[in-house]
Every structure is written in C-alpha cells, then in structure tokens.
Design a protein around this ligand. Structure first.
Ligand code: PLP
Length: 500
C-alpha cells in the first residue's frame, strides 16, 4: 500500500514515510492509493475479537510496510488499562431502541483525540527506525485545548521526539489549562501565548515557514513533524473504532449482519468524520454520515450547497474544539470524491488561499449529498439538548456531543429516517464542566463553585465517576509558567531545545 499527495499524485511514499513527514512537501495531504476492503465475513468476524485485535486487523491493511508484530506492539502500548479507564477502549451506550452513543473519551485526557494520539507516537518511533532517520523529531502544536493535552500525554517520554505546545492564554477552559501546565515528561514543554488561538497558530506556522530557522534546527539535529490530524498516523487509528462499534452492535444483537447504520459526528477539522467515510468506502454498512457543526457552520453550507466560504466571522462557542473555519481534512474527501483529481484539488485550495472561497461542480455536490447530511446548532440549542438528554434519559453529554445529538434530531425530523444510529461522543462531560453545569444547574450555584466542586456536582447528577486524570489535577504541581508573545515563540523553542 502506497500513499499519494492530494496535490500531486506523483508524490508517492510508504506509510512510514507519510507518518514521519506529517504533510507532503507540496502542501498536500497523504492518502492511501487504494482503499482496502472488508468483506461481510471479515466484519462479522470482528465481533468475536477484542478492541486491540480489531485494531491490528484494520491497521495491517493500511500499514503494509509495518510487520504484524510491530503493529501489535504499537496497539498494545497505546490501548491498555493503564491508559484507558475502560476494558474495551471505545464502549457503546444505548440510549433507546435505535440510538447509540460511541463513547470515545475514556482515555487519559478525556477526549476522543486520545485514541489517535496514544498510538501515533508509537507508529512514529517505528517509522523513524524503519526509514533510518538519524534526526530527532520536533513537533510544535498550536492548540485550542484538546489536541495539546492529548498530544502531550501521547508523546511524553517518547525517545527520539521533542514536543512544544502553545496555547492561547485566554482561549482555553480552566480544566484544559490545568491539564497542560501540570504536564510531566522529560521531552515536552508548554507555553501560553498572549492572544487568541489564531495568534498561537500563526506563530507556529511562521516557524514552519522560516527556511533559515529550519536549516539551523536541522544543523542541530532536529526535523519537524506534525501531530495534527493532517498526519495520516492520526487518521488511520480513527477508522478502527467505527468497525469496532459496528462489531459490538452485531455482537449485542442490536443489528443484523449487513444492516446499515447512520453515523453522526460532531465535526471541526473533518478528521473524525473522514475516518467514518473511509470505513464506509472499505465496506462498513453505512446509510448516512451526518456532519454536525456549531455556529461556525462552514461545513453545513458546503455539504448542502457545494460552496466553501471561510469569510465568516469566527465565533467562540461552548463547543470550542469545533470552532474552526478551515477544515483541513476536507481536502482528502475532495480528492477521493473527484476520482483522485489532484489538479482540481489544487485549484480549489489555491482559491481558498487567495479568496477564502471555492465552489464545486454540481456532480461533485450531488455525490457528497448522497453520502452526507449536514446541520448545525446554536449554543442555546446545545444547552437545551444537554438538559433534555439528562431529564429524559439520565444521560449527561458534553457540549460537543450535544451538538451531534441536536443535529441528529433535526435529521430525523427532516427525513423520518428510522435507521439505527451511532452518535459519536467526543468528550467527557467532566472536561467541559463549566458549560455542562451551566446547562444543568442554576447559574448562581455554578458561579459559587470551583472547578473541583463542579466535578463533584456533575458526578452526583450523572452517576458517572470523575475521571482519575481530572481529579489528580487538584494536587499536581504547576510545571509550565512561560508566557510569550507571538513574536517570542522562536525564542521559546530555542530555550527548550538548547537550554542545557
Ligand atoms: C477535536 C474535537 C472535535 C472535532 O473533531 P475533528 O476531527 O476535528 O472534526 C469534536 N469534539 C471534540 C471534543 C474534539 O476534541
């Protein structure tokens, strides 16, 4: 299996190289040249396997330059009881006779990004050995909250790598900030940046684009890579849990062999839902993929009208991990749906860069609408949905998952479709304790409480156990106190790399 760039099909590499580079030198994203197939028999056979065995089965189809033994090692190092507070990594919660939540937040940082970021460092270290890399890998991350902490936890103390995470000083929740500034690990560092997420991200991009600086780092034995969902190594582990969830539904006799399901995904960078699309292309019986957005609803307009327009005002919402106007992974869908037309993808991406907008042809639009359905909801509707799920089902969801549930309800209303449906639950409600509490309790009551009292209050209401990793924050030392301006980010990198 080889991988090609979405902007130039003639750039072809093996998976180890794709994972090491993160992004193709022409700015394109790596995609598999062919999608492997899972037959009905293969899928049914998954039902009897553990999550880790299912993972090996899926990954070996894509990572053909890794041995099965190497893949198994990566999988077992990532998915175990030490890291995940659940036996089967991605459990399903049955809400009613046709609605199921796929809970992807039982990992160390309480959001779904753990599932990919726990295994990526292991895939990357294998890839370094495989490609004979002699440089140390340097990963810079700009984060609006969830990615940073999940990346830090994944990469801490991983040999051959260094990671520096930049977060906007005022752009993350209290819990998210605490999670990052207490981060342990010899090879990781964290710095706040004055300004918003865009400032942090632009600062990182400026470092990536600085050839002279890159050369200096290279002379000192460092090479850049990415832990972002543009990296194939982040995307491929996400395909696993769609197959695994389907296998669990089969095993529990909730569906029959070959029965189609809908999948609803709360979407930001289009990574998670793209993994569901790949699963469908591989043979997973899927009826509709439902793309749920918050008020930053560029994807809703794109899927419904074929027009991508990022010239909207960026809005901050109570589902911050979906506050995004450029969904990078959409490029992979466009490439696939146009039959690998890299010239057309180039044109659109050029237009996006120059004017912030592009429009696809009717035929492409129709193809997308056959597979996807899209909707969005406001913060107010998100809170209503949290309240409603709690009062009707005694099930407490986080703000991102609530967006998905709300959009799913809109879908059912619009179509009358009663196909069994899997809603992807992307974060623990405890991680967004402020917003979830404000939806469920009186605001004066919430304002009186500190972060940890809010966790207690939510635990009582939901009947859920507070995740260990959040409770521990109370007694952890603050290890990262650096605050810098956008212009000082180079300096922070220098200090981390060359301090001793
Ligand atoms: C990152 C994130 C999302 C969005 O996922 P994408 O793959 O970027 O579309 C949704 N919910 C939560 C909690 C997240 O952390």
């Amino acid at each position: 299996m080889h991988y090609q760039s979405t902007r130039n099909k003639n750039i072809v590499v093996q998976s180890a190289e794709a994972i090491k580079m993160g992004i193709s030198p022409d700015g394109g994203l790596f995609v598999p040249q062919h999608k492997p197939k899972m037959s009905k028999k293969d899928i049914t056979a998954l039902a009897k396997l553990t999550y880790n065995e299912r993972a090996v089965n899926i990954l070996k189809l894509f990572l053909t330059d890794f041995s099965e033994q190497e893949i198994k090692q990566c999988v077992d190092s990532a998915y175990n009881k030490e890291k995940f507070e659940t036996d089967n990594i991605a459990p399903i919660y049955k809400l009613d006779s046709s609605t199921y939540f796929l809970e992807l937040w039982h990992g160390p940082t309480c959001a779904f990004k753990d599932i990919a970021l726990q295994i990526l460092p292991h895939l990357l270290t294998q890839a370094l050995v495989k490609t004979g890399e002699d440089k140390e890998i340097l990963i810079l991350v700009a984060t609006s909250g969830d990615t940073g902490k999940a990346a830090l936890e994944g990469f801490k103390n991983v040999a051959g790598t260094k990671m520096i995470v930049f977060y906007p000083e005022k752009g993350v929740s209290e819990i998210q900030k605490l999670q990052m500034i207490t981060q342990e690990g010899e090879n990781v560092a964290v710095s706040a940046v004055e300004g918003n997420f865009d400032d942090a991200q632009n600062g990182v991009k400026a470092i990536f684009a600085d050839d002279q600086y890159k050369q200096m780092l290279s002379d000192n034995g460092y090479k850049f890579s990415s832990a972002n969902s543009i990296n194939w190594g982040r995307l491929v582990p996400q395909i696993i849990y769609y197959f695994s969830a389907y296998a669990d539904l089969l095993k529990n006799e909730e569906i029959s062999e070959d029965e189609k399901i809908n999948i609803v995904v709360p979407t930001g960078n289009f990574g998670n839902i793209l993994a569901a699309y790949y699963a469908k292309q591989m043979g997973l019986p899927v009826n509709k993929l439902i793309c749920a957005s918050n008020c930053n609803n560029v994807l809703t307009t794109f899927i419904n009208e074929g027009i991508y327009d990022r010239n909207l005002d960026f809005k901050t919402s109570i589902s911050p991990s979906m506050d995004i106007l450029i969904s990078s992974n959409l490029e992979r869908l466009l490439f696939d749906i146009t039959g690998d037309d890299h010239l057309r993808v180039n044109t659109w991406m050029q237009q996006l860069k120059e004017t912030g907008r592009y429009e696809v042809a009717d035929i492409t639009k129709e193809k997308i609408k056959e597979i996807f359905w899209a909707g969005y909801c406001s913060d107010e509707a998100t809170c209503d949905t949290i309240r409603q799920a709690e009062s009707e089902y005694s099930y407490v969801v986080d703000t991102h998952t609530a967006v998905a549930k709300n959009v799913y309800d809109q879908y059912v209303k619009a179509t009358g479709d009663d196909t069994k449906t899997l809603i992807v639950s992307t974060a623990s409600p405890f991680k967004f304790n402020q917003s979830v509490s404000l939806a469920l309790f009186e605001s004066e009551e919430v304002q009186r409480k500190d972060e940890f009292e809010l966790l207690e209050m939510l635990a009582e209401k939901s009947g859920l156990r507070i995740p260990k990793s959040l409770l521990e924050l109370k007694v952890k030392n603050i290890l990262h106190k650096t605050i810098c301006t956008k212009e000082e980010m180079h300096q922070v990198v220098n200090e981390v790399l060359f301090k001793s």
